[in-house]
Design a binder for this molecule. Structure first.
Ligand code: NAD
Length: 500
């Protein structure tokens, strides 16, 4: 089948862990070098040590991957839905068996702590599990006698080749929000993972090969802007799923829809957490702290601004400051570590520049994470927990996504004022309320206008069988990731009206 050895074979021969190898494209079931000349180093962000090397792919590499996917499409579309599902059942089993290995590799290349990477792999598994139900999920509707002797039925059919472009912060889970559904419904895929941490998903592609996914059904190109633009422009790509910053989500949405593709583009966030005076303060503190500092703030669902209403403000403020100051930084593979590094030196500098700006703009900096150092890991990309108070909504730290361990704590007179602060944000990914009042929670849900809402929950992360995606500048498109929306996005409903 393959004239180049698979990476799995190479790794076995070298006896080397996957993290010390070159990252290569996967096209038509073969591992190929990218044709670009620019190289990137994949780095362990806790130590700054290199883990692997990636050559950036070109437009030609994307073209080759799209042709492979186009060629595989008729065979895969004609493969019965239960057989397609069976490949995913096997993949689910393999990923579950390799869960610990994957989680450890993911901590090494991303930096988040091992409990979080175990959780991420689990969330990925749940999406594969959900996609295994495709024979039922793809069912259409029928109505007999829509007119005398005439019946009508819908058939959900795949569309062809989909492009999937993903960010660095959940490099295992986010590709699995999409490609298992795309292939389960009978499409073929070109995946462009984040160039910053591509190694662990590469391992999942090896497991997909082992599970029996035929050549050409899933193709992977590694690269950056040139690859993304080539996917958006390619005439043989019928649709694009994108997750990343709002700036790039908007670019991808405009560019890919301009060439007639269906697009779902999930963007950035600035998530508000409102604490009412009747809240269970222990629960609110745990949830807010976990949401803001979990994954070192690099989650699209991370809380960013806490608004304490009335008497709740001094309570949550004091508790947050104590709790944030006690967070232990370190290597995520150490089970005692609370918070790992950020992804890169460039991202550390970006987060630090937001803190500089917040201070220069006059916000009260109550805990400063700049210059954090972890003994023995001086080469890592560290930012310690940081807390600002009284963040005016027009400051950059109050409006822009920082994507680091930086909290704002504000006060509001009442729920109305807190909701007004939240509504001033251009983002609409997630929000949370902490209260023991069902009436206040209902009012919040009714008026939030934000897609993912937590009630006494700090990270409003829906399970695989619910849709995932934001509103306002956090989302471009209509059908979201996961759940029934995923099946709708990757299929078209064909309506047949018959008279015999
Ligand atoms: P990013 O936008 O920099 O990159 C995302 C993808 O786009 C990557 O594959 C990258 O190679 C590509 N890309 C980057 N710049 C590009 C350009 N100019 N033109 C074309 N393609 C380009 O995002 P990131 O830093 O990898 O991830 C963090 C962002 O993702 C945050 O904003 C976060 O909120 C967002 N995110 C959103 C969700 C969600 O569900 N809404 C989930 C996870 C992450």
């Amino acid at each position: 089948m393959a004239d180049l050895p698979s990476r799995a074979t190479e790794l076995a021969e070298w006896g080397a862990p996957a993290v010390s190898t070159e990252v290569r494209n996967y096209v038509s079931g073969r591992w190929r070098n990218a044709s670009g000349e620019e190289a990137l180093t994949v780095t362990n962000p806790a130590s700054g040590e290199p883990l692997g090397r990636l050559m950036l792919s070109t437009r030609d590499d994307v073209h080759a991957a799209v042709l492979a996917a186009r060629e595989a499409y008729p065979m895969w579309r004609a493969t019965p839905a239960p057989e397609r599902a069976r490949v995913l059942f096997r993949l689910r089993q393999l990923v579950a068996e390799h869960k610990e290995e994957l989680a450890r590799q993911l901590t090494s290349e991303h930096g988040k702590v091992i409990a979080e990477t175990r959780g991420e792999v689990q969330r990925g598994i749940e999406n594969i599990e959900h996609a295994c139900g495709i024979p039922t999920l793809m069912m259409g509707d029928t109505v007999e006698d829509i007119a005398p002797g005439i019946d009508s039925a819908t058939w959900r059919q795949p569309l062809g080749v989909f492009g999937i472009i993903t960010p660095y912060n959940f490099p295992v889970m986010i590709p699995l929000w999409f490609w298992p559904y795309a292939v389960a419904t009978g499409n073929t895929v070109v995946l462009k993972p984040s160039e910053q941490d591509p190694l662990t998903h590469q391992r999942i592609v090896e497991l997909a090969e082992e599970a029996g996914l035929p050549p050409g059904v899933l193709n992977v190109v590694h690269g950056a802007q040139e690859c993304v633009e080539a996917i958006c422009d390619h005439p043989d790509v019928v649709g694009v799923s994108f997750v990343g910053s709002s700036r790039v989500a908007e670019i991808v949405y405009r560019r890919a829809t301009a060439s007639g593709k269906r697009v779902q583009a999930l963007g950035g966030a600035k998530n508000y957490m409102i604490v009412l005076p009747d809240a269970d303060m222990d629960l609110a503190l745990d949830a807010c702290s976990g949401s803001i500092f979990g994954s070192t703030g690099q989650r699209c669902l991370a809380g960013s601004v806490i608004v304490g209403v009335g008497d709740a403000h001094p309570q949550i403020r004091d508790r947050m400051l104590d709790s944030a100051a006690s967070i232990r930084l370190g290597d995520g593979l150490d089970e005692k570590t609370d918070m790992g590094p950020v992804i890169s030196a460039a991202h550390r500098d970006r987060v630090n520049s937001y803190i500089d700006q917040g201070e220069a703009d006059g916000a009260k900096l109550s805990l400063d994470g700049r210059g954090a150092v972890v003994p023995g890991l001086e080469g890592g990309f560290w930012v310690g927990p940081t807390v600002f108070e009284d963040v005016a909504p027009d400051l950059s730290i109050g409006t822009e996504e920082i994507f680091g361990p930086v909290a704002g704590i504000n006060k509001a007179r009442d729920l109305d004022e807190a909701v007004a602060m939240m509504h001033a944000s251009r983002y609409g990914n997630a929000c949370s309320i902490f209260t023991t009042s069902g009436r206040a929670a209902r009012e919040f849900r009714y008026r939030a206008g934000i897609s993912m809402i937590g009630v006494n929950i700090g990270v409003a992360a829906p399970m695989a069988f619910f849709p995932f995606g934001g509103s306002k500048a956090s989302f471009y498109g209509d059908l979201k990731a996961q759940g029934k929306d995923a099946v709708s996005f990757f299929t078209d409903q064909r309506v047949v009206i018959s008279r015999w």
